[in-house]
Design a protein around this ligand. Structure first.
Ligand code: ZN
Length: 582
């Protein structure tokens, strides 16, 4: 999808926001040097390694590697998208994002996307309650759903043909191009466009701001797939949203518990019977982003999945994820062959209440599964190892200790043995980045191009003796620190082709190349500003890498950057004068 906002608006939002004030909203910060320090909210630690630098408006955790600017902080901690984070930050600054979102004469892509989705939802809702929707209504009534609940959740009906839907969109002012861009309509080569959802009961998925961002569709009758969801896009990410959360978040906060179910209809059944604190995954496995979303409102999550083998496996996985973000999972087990909707059918609220009341926490649940599967030793070993793998990632040390004691009792293994195994698990769970750095001694890729990177007298053999990722990091840290941009220009001159040791460095090099082009066209941003304004769309390891470079404390503000760049390039080229260890 196209660029959403002009860069200068993003810059302005960042400049006018006090990152320290935003971070303080979520954690305690103490002054430290020229910045602030606190316990990292993204990993478990006892001594603070999370730093906020107000001058550079960035944060960095030296424990887990998480780092970025105020926008990425909000995205991560609130589990929200880039546009949502911008919106949140722009509001108190009185910056009208909608104004910037207007493209040319038309509206901005995001506003248009919402408008198209609202129009589609309206069309489908009307179809459900029209003559055309009678078959779908009969099915839903048969499963015990009342009109009130279907209307409350804007349930709709997408008929088998496309024409009626396309007409309804047109009447609502959504042209074919927008319908296509929003994923509501598809087209194959020269054929006529067709509706993506057909012959399906439609469940609109809302974000926290109550905007419809996507849909789930359940087939009526036979057909594959049984469930179809909107494709992920710049404005919709299934793994970051929970169906029903917009409606249930207040109830979740009040009850301090969320009920997690796997299906749209399960959620509707719960809501209809007064369980207002339910959420559902949108046709995907439970993700850590979703777990973090829930943790904002409640310390506990009740997992209410089907009682079959797949459901139990999903419950184990979801429990693990919940524990790792600091949620307390409890598994409620449905009688075999039942799902929440079938159990509640006929108004049997009591039946579900007792299922929920008997929910087990994670370790007793695992122990119970082992007992049911014959209780043999290998099963126990496997379950216990799995449990310790989860415990290793529990962010709260006290909870971790209690869970360890509980495991010791349940599986009848002495605490010291479990503790030493747990320590091993914790070492293994350390960030992949740390491990990657430890194994950085392996021979790097041959250099592709760039005069500054040609192997020197020592040839390729000398490459194995130098730590290329470390030298590259040094090089790029200096390039980013030089606000004049001269160091970056020198780098681009000396090695235009890239060919660095890591994917992150190569991407950063590409970004700097783009910066060079922007500067040639009159752009005034420094390399660091430019790179930061574009890092949100990239993957997390890249952002972490760049924020590492931006926070290298050893680099003075004023230095002979060009000299350092030349030195680093020499060392990378295997200059025998520099690589003395060869
Ligand atoms: Zn951390």
């Amino acid at each position: 999808m196209a660029q959403i906002l002009p860069q200068d608006v993003v810059s302005r939002i960042k400049e006018e926001t006090d990152i320290v004030a935003v971070v303080r909203h979520y954690m305690t910060l103490a002054p430290s040097g020229s910045g602030f320090r606190g316990l990292c909210p993204f990993h478990r630690e006892k001594t603070p390694s999370f730093h906020v630098n107000p001058d550079r408006q960035i944060y960095k955790c030296f424990g887990c590697g998480e780092g970025g600017d105020v926008i990425s902080f909000l995205m991560k901690i609130e589990a929200i998208s880039f546009p949502e984070a911008l919106e949140t930050l722009a509001r108190p600054l009185d910056i009208d994002l909608a104004r910037y979102l207007r493209e040319d004469e038309s509206e901005g892509e995001r506003v248009a996307f919402h408008r198209a989705n609202e129009a589609a939802a309206t069309a489908w809702r009307e179809l459900l309650w029209s003559h055309e929707g009678r078959e779908a209504r009969r099915y839903l009534e048969g499963r015990g759903f009342a009109e009130e609940i279907l209307r409350r959740f804007d349930v709709g009906w997408a008929p088998a043909g496309s024409e009626g839907f396309l007409q309804a969109l047109r009447r609502a002012g959504v042209d074919e191009d927008l319908a296509r861009r929003s994923g509501l309509v598809r087209q194959q080569e020269q054929r006529a466009p067709f509706a993506y959802f057909r012959q399906r009961i439609i469940f609109p998925i809302k974000n926290i701001a109550q905007r419809i961002v996507g849909f789930g569709g359940r087939i009526l009758g036979q057909g594959e797939p049984k469930y179809l969801n909107s494709s992920d896009s710049a404005f919709f990410s299934k793994g970051k949203l929970l169906y029903g959360f917009a409606a249930s978040r207040i109830s979740i906060a009040r009850l301090k518990t969320a009920i997690l179910v796997e299906g749209y209809l399960d959620l509707l059944a719960l809501a209809q019977h007064g369980f207002g604190n339910a959420v559902a995954t949108c046709g995907t496995a439970f993700t850590s982003d979703q777990a973090r979303l829930l943790r904002r409102g409640s310390p506990t999550v009740l997992l209410l999945f089907d009682g079959d083998r797949a459901g139990l496996q999903a419950a184990v996985r979801a429990s693990h994820l919940a524990l790792t973000v600091g949620l307390e999972p409890r598994v409620a087990r449905l009688p075999a062959g039942e799902d929440p909707a079938s159990l509640l059918q006929g108004g049997n609220r009591q039946a579900l209440e007792s299922v929920l009341a008997e929910a087990r926490s994670y370790l007793p649940f695992l122990r119970e599964l082992v007992a049911e599967r014959g209780d043999d030793r290998r099963q126990k070993e496997r379950a216990l190892k799995r449990a310790l793998g989860s415990l290793a990632q529990v962010p709260d040390a006290i909870r971790q200790e209690y869970l360890l004691q509980e495991a010791s009792e349940l599986f009848a293994i002495g605490l010291p043995v479990l503790r030493s195994q747990l320590e091993r698990e914790m070492a293994a769970a350390r960030s992949p980045r740390e491990r990657r750095e430890e194994s950085a001694g392996s021979p790097p890729e041959p250099v592709k191009s760039g005069p500054g990177l040609q192997p020197g007298a020592g040839g390729l053999r000398s490459f194995t003796a130098i730590n290329r990722p470390a030298i590259e990091a040094d090089l790029f840290a200096h390039v980013l620190r030089d606000e004049s941009g001269r160091a970056a220009e020198l780098l681009l001159e000396e090695c235009a082709g890239g060919g660095f040791a890591t994917a992150e460095t190569n991407l950063l090099h590409q970004e700097l190349t783009a910066w060079g082009e922007a500067r040639a066209a009159g752009g005034g941003e420094s390399p660091a500003q430019y790179v930061q304004n574009r890092w949100h769309g990239r993957d997390e390891s890249y952002r972490r890498y760049v924020s590492d470079l931006l926070t290298k404390e050893v680099i003075p503000r004023q230095a002979d950057f060009a000299k350092v760049v030349r030195e680093c390039l020499h060392r990378l080229a295997g200059d025998p004068r520099r690589s003395s260890k060869d």
